[in-house]
Design a protein around this ligand. Structure first.
Ligand code: PEP
Ligand code: MN
Length: 341
């Protein structure tokens, strides 16, 4: 249930509503809009309805949220889009951002070289996994804490915020030392204990859609993070599994306009993991930006043929600047603004 307060409702009136909601075992999420405050009461629908908040001091009206996801719904924010700000870089609403870097942190040399390339070209954030979810247990699993230290070095050198994956809650503290955005991978989209802990950490989250997850399941996963009071969730479509064997995954670009109708959260597209092939990355990126995505996360490597993982889909560092100019033009076409850092 959404409790819409009157314009000018006092803090004491807001507080009284919050306490009444909590008294029936529901949680109250206060969202301060430009003019009015909205309180999301999440819990047993009947208990909340029986509170008789209609007509309570400061309350304007009540709106039931019919969707199973509440805090992530567009209704909850009354159509206002969330802008996530990461160390001065904005993503969401009118703001487009590019996250770029190698698939994994493989060496100081490669990471720093990629970091400088993407920074100089004008990308907003640096990606790179220290913990890698690999299909085979015999493949490179990431440098772990040594990789995190290299990411910290790259951040110190370039000033770029870091997006890196957390796979196991036991590594949360170490990842929090360096990650400006915690990536939750496709294979962990429904790891609910991980979602909850990351929600509690308060750190912005890039939540990747599971390989076979519906958009509703993605939004329900986001709800686990939001429910803990962490509002900074970026949703990421990275390709889903279909019957088409011609490419690694099928990039579900329709998710962009559809999610925009369902949620206020920023939408990021990962063309690299969907494509699995370099030549497809640019057209998919341009289509994503033109469709209204709020950002792109893309793999870039100084020497892809020597990359430890995902080389075939990595953009060549030398070509990244030209790629980014085209991507920015497509984002501008969709009405986004871009801030160079
Ligand atoms: C990644 O971005 O490094 C990654 C492993 O992606 P996904 O979880 O989407 O497969
Ligand atoms: Mn990869």
């Amino acid at each position: 249930m959404m409790i819409v307060m009157k314009e000018g409702a006092s803090p004491a009136e807001i507080d009284a509503v919050v306490r009444r909601v909590q008294a029936v075992g529901a949680s109250a999420h206060v969202s301060q809009g430009e003019l009015v405050t909205v309180i999301g009461a999440i819990g047993d629908r009947e208990h909340v309805a029986n509170l008789g908040l209609d007509g309570a001091p400061g309350v304007d009206h009540l709106v039931p949220i019919l969707k199973p996801y509440k805090l992530s719904s567009l209704e909850y924010k009354r159509g206002e889009r969330t802008v996530v700000e990461i160390d001065g870089r904005k993503i969401g609403g009118d703001h487009f951002a590019t996250i770029a870097g190698p698939c994994t942190v493989e060496s100081r040399e490669v990471l720093l070289s990629a970091a400088h390339t993407v920074k100089e070209a004008g990308a907003q954030m640096l990606r790179g996994g220290a913990y890698k979810p690999r299909t085979s247990p015999y493949s490179f699993q990431g440098l772990g804490e040594a990789g995190l230290r290299l990411l910290a070095e790259a951040k110190a050198e370039t000033g770029l915020p870091i997006v890196t994956e957390l796979m196991d809650v036991r590594d949360l503290e170490a990842v929090l030392e360096v990650a400006d955005v915690i990536q939750l991978g496709a294979r962990n989209m429904q790891n609910y204990t991980l979602l909850t802990e990351v929600g509690r950490s308060g750190r912005p989250v890039l939540l990747k859609r599971g390989l076979s997850a519906t958009l509703e399941e993605l939004l329900m996963a986001a709800e686990y993070v939001l429910k803990e009071g962490n509002e900074n969730v970026l949703l990421c479509e990275r390709g889903i599994r279909t019957f088409e064997p011609g490419y690694r995954f099928t990039l579900d670009l329709m998710a962009v306009p559809v999610l925009r109708e369902l949620t206020h959260l920023p939408i990021v597209i990962d063309p690299s993991h969907a494509a699995g092939k370099r030549s497809l990355v640019e057209p998919l990126s341009l289509a994503a930006a033109a469709a209204g995505a709020d950002g792109v996360i893309v793999e870039v490597h100084p020497c892809p043929e020597e990359a430890v993982c995902d080389g075939p889909q990595a953009l060549v560092a030398e070509e990244f600047e030209a790629y980014l100019r085209k991507l920015e033009a497509a984002a501008e076409l969709a009405g986004k603004t871009l801030e160079r850092v």
